[in-house]
Design a protein around this ligand. Structure first.
Ligand code: GAP
Length: 449
């Protein structure tokens, strides 16, 4: 089984991600997030929001609508340029991105029809009449609602350069060839920061943000050997970009190293275009460069843009370990294989799991009380079914960093002092004996990093 298949399998089996509407055969390029996947995805978004918005004094957030005035997409250039070249096989009629074929059909090797361009924005209609005049689009990126609201946000929050506006939200692209699980889908989420700066300082901020993003992935556990920066040569830059660097991850897919996220210096292109389209003045969103407002410039913008789903896939792939024969050395029983998800503690669906040794009411009562306390602070699972070894393995597989066992020593003492539990570390399997009233402080210290 390939490493991607293992992740797809784990995600299905343990409630991370399911094919959308699987009971109807799924729907190409759409996925439903299950209970554990949702927890992990929310954690990714929360950590990003904390690290790129809450802890920066000059970044604010917003939440724009998914469907908006179609003029936004004319101004941004998406209506005219957000296209892919599509080819269709003359025999089997399968369709492909023109760039992905070597001139003949990848499925049956027969000749292809000439390439056609195709806009990858999804269209819909607003109002009850299906007329072209009522056509609107599902946003293909979150960035444009930030540009369209630049003036509103700047003025209501009294922001001065440099400042940022961030947004997390859904984006939609009618990809010709979605695939590789959640790597390329037709509905996904983005975490985007538009950081507005003085034009002459944009190169500096750009370099800084590239490093900040790279370090963010490393901090959250991605192996630096699986990460690299791809600096776009001038001839590959989008028309609005002065510089773009992708952070690439060694995804186990046909193309190999692929974009995990991108950082672009988008210059003043977007603000000028919206100025021109909305107000007939390219300079409409010029902003004072000093407190006296003597000089105004249309700011440049540095944009780190990440896909939540694609980041989730990278975190899962990097965290996955399969140990043949099992990890336990304390018993003779040899397992066929054990799976451990070494995912960063802050991203794991559960930070802790409470496991009473058996279903005996005296143990269950203490374990339930501990669970209730921990749930005030962290996502905590409670599991009482199966052998303790089996339960440890279940938690290892979904990446729970700590398992708390309540046993008879907790009640009566014995090998450990009365009133203590054991806390097992997912990665080292080392166990600490901790007094019940100290569990919260123990986790505060352990989960702080
Ligand atoms: N505002 C800039 C922008 O949207 P992009 O490179 O087209 O730039 C940014 O997209 C990020 O969004 C990508 O690096 C990727 O993480 C994610 N992304 C883009 N298309 C995607 C898709 N079809 N499925 C999943 N994620 C996608």
């Amino acid at each position: 089984m390939s490493s991607m298949d293992r992740i797809v399998n784990l995600c299905k089996r343990r409630g991370f991600v399911f094919p959308s509407a699987e009971i109807y055969g799924g729907f190409g390029g759409f996925w439903d997030w299950g209970p554990l996947g949702l927890k992990m995805k929310n954690n990714i978004k929360n950590v990003w929001w904390h690290d790129f918005v809450l802890t920066w004094q000059d970044v604010v957030g917003m939440d724009g609508s998914i469907i908006t005035n179609p003029k936004v997409w004319e101004a941004s250039g998406h209506a005219a340029n957000f296209v892919d070249r599509l080819v269709e096989c003359t025999a089997c009629h399968h369709r492909f991105k023109a760039d992905d074929t070597g001139g003949s059909c990848p499925d049956c090797s027969r000749p292809l029809m000439p390439a056609r361009t195709f806009n990858t924005m999804f269209t819909t209609q607003v109002g009850p009449v299906a007329a072209t005049a009522n056509r609107a689009y599902l946003r293909p990126e979150t960035a444009q609602s930030i540009f369209a609201n630049f003036e509103n946000v700047r003025d209501t929050m009294r922001l001065k350069l440099p400042f940022g506006i961030a947004q997390i939200g859904k984006a939609f692209r009618n990809e010709i060839t979605p695939g590789n699980f959640i790597f390329r889908s037709r509905e996904f989420e983005q975490m985007e920061l538009e950081y507005f700066v003085w034009p002459e300082k944009s190169d500096e901020y750009f370099a800084e943000l590239v490093d900040t993003c790279y370090n963010w992935f490393v901090k959250l556990g991605l192996n630096p050997e699986h990460l690299r920066k791809y600096v776009y040569p001038a001839n590959e830059l989008a028309h609005y970009s002065r510089a773009t660097t992708d952070i690439e991850y060694a995804f186990p897919i046909e193309q190999g190293w692929s974009e995990l996220m991108g950082v672009a210096n988008r210059t003043d292109y977007d603000l000028r275009r919206h100025g021109q389209f909305a107000k007939g003045d390219e300079q409409a969103f010029a902003t004072p460069t000093d407190d006296e407002g003597n000089k105004k410039v249309v700011p440049y913008v540095i944009e780190p843009s990440m896909g939540v789903d694609r980041a989730a896939l990278a975190f899962l792939l990097d965290a996955y370990e399969e140990v043949s024969g099992g990890r336990t050395t304390t018993t003779d029983s040899v397992k066929e294989k054990e799976i451990v998800l070494h995912i960063h503690k802050s991203l794991a669906p559960y930070q802790a799991a409470v496991l009473p040794l058996s279903k005996k009411p005296v143990l269950v009562k203490v374990a339930e009380e501990i669970t209730k306390t921990l749930r005030q602070h962290w996502s905590t699972d409670y599991d009482v079914t199966g052998s303790i070894g089996k339960r440890y393995r279940r938690q290892d597989e979904i990446g729970t960093p700590y398992c708390i066992t309540v046993d008879f020593d907790t009640l009566d003492g014995g090998k450990r002092p009365k009133g203590t539990v054991t806390i097992r570390d997912r990665d080292t399997m080392a166990q600490d004996d901790i007094a019940i009233p100290e569990i919260v402080d123990y986790f505060r210290a352990k989960l702080a990093s």
